[in-house]
Design a protein around this ligand. Structure first.
Ligand SMILES: Cc1ncc(C[n+]2csc(CCOP(=O)(O)OP(=O)(O)O)c2C)c(N)n1
Ligand SMILES: [Mg+2]
Length: 323
């Protein structure tokens, strides 16, 4: 299906928002303005945006420890995210979640997840709810190549097939789980083939190309929404930076890093829409500027925002009731 100009602008805006947001997160983390730990999604923008592009707020996603891009792709508010990552009281989760636990149920974002392989069982549960309620909605589980070796993922795949639920497994294969190459850690010759062994379709997709991802996801959505059960995508991506911010990546050669950057999904998108005359350079440049301003203002307000108050906030939002 041909995307409209507005669709293309929305896709570009989301990818650029992830890029600029995370470049700022990297900078603010290095400056000591972000507590805890952060993993950035730089390079994988087309994957998250393509997967989430045709989802509604009522469709659910479960994310990973590398979740900022998934949140932005699902339409989560950038200011609330920046405040959350900075640990501020008015962050999306009261400043208590931080980078690895951002959730926004109003956007169908069930949460980033520090448990590797944590999203698939949660997404299968959400998909079962959708099937039971006949909502016509789907749940998506984002999972890395490293996580794809976890028992939780195998169980979730099997259960999704047995229960025939509208769950889409988005396997983002960026070649590494922490510092270990997928070729070493994954015993099967192909991730997709192993997934197919569970009894569901799995497409191998260029995860650096928004158009390829969006088209494959459309097929996955048609399949799941028609009541045909789960579907999977192996999205082949490139991680531009290290596993975490500050990882020197001694295990990757400069040539490999340069090669990864040559697949940058944002210039690729720009070239494609400009060559086809679908958008003008001025449209794209205006989006760059607007997003830059939006992120700048989120950082400024985040820096000025109050932290949680230990006297008031420490014992709130926990399971035990304190007097
Ligand atoms: C259950 C569990 N085991 C191990 C870890 C430590 N850990 C955090 S991220 C990670 C690698 C994940 O790799 P992958 O799934 O490929 O995701 P990527 O980082 O490439 O996005 C590991 C082993 C964890 N957080 N949870
Ligand atoms: Mg990985």
């Amino acid at each position: 299906m041909q995307l409209s100009r507005d669709d293309l602008k929305r896709a570009y805006r989301r990818m650029v928002t992830i890029r600029i947001f995370e470049e700022r997160v990297t900078k603010e983390f290095a400056a000591g303005n972000i507590p805890g730990f952060a993993h950035v999604y730089l390079g994988q923008e087309a994957s998250g945006v393509g997967v989430c592009f045709d989802l509604t707020d009522e469709d659910h996603i479960g994310s990973t420890h590398r979740g900022h891009g998934h949140c932005i792709a699902k339409g989560v508010d950038v200011r609330g995210m920046m405040h959350e990552i900075m640990g501020k009281r008015d962050g999306l989760c009261g400043g208590k979640g931080g980078s690895m636990h951002i959730a926004d149920l109003s956007k169908g974002m069930l949460g980033a997840n520090a448990i590797v392989g944590g999203a698939p069982p949660i997404a299968v549960g959400a998909a079962l709810t959708h099937k039971y309620r006949k909502s016509g909605r789907v749940a998506v589980a984002f999972t890395g190549d490293g996580a794809s070796n976890q028992g939780t993922v195998f169980e979730a795949l099997n259960m999704a097939v047995v229960l025939k639920v509208p769950c889409i497994f988005a396997f983002e294969n960026n070649g590494y789980g922490e510092h270990t190459a997928v070729s070493y850690a994954c015993g099967a010759p192909s991730m997709a083939e192993r997934v197919r062994g569970f009894g569901l379709p799995c497409e191998v997709v260029d995860g650096m190309d928004f158009f390829a991802v969006q088209a494959a996801m459309k097929r996955a959505l048609d399949h799941a929404r028609a009541g045909n059960g789960p579907y999977a995508l192996e999205l082949q991506c490139k991680r531009f930076l290290g596993h975490f911010i500050g990882d020197p990546q001694a295990y990757r050669t400069p040539e490999e890093l340069a090669e990864a950057r040559s697949h940058d999904p944002i210039p690729k998108f720009r070239r494609r829409v400009l060559e086809a005359g679908l958008l003008d350079e001025a449209d794209l440049d205006a989006i760059d500027r607007e997003v830059g301003d939006e992120v700048e203002s989120a950082v400024a307000s985040g820096m000025a925002a109050p932290s949680p108050d230990p006297a008031k906030d420490l014992t709130r939002d926990v399971y035990v009731k304190y007097a």
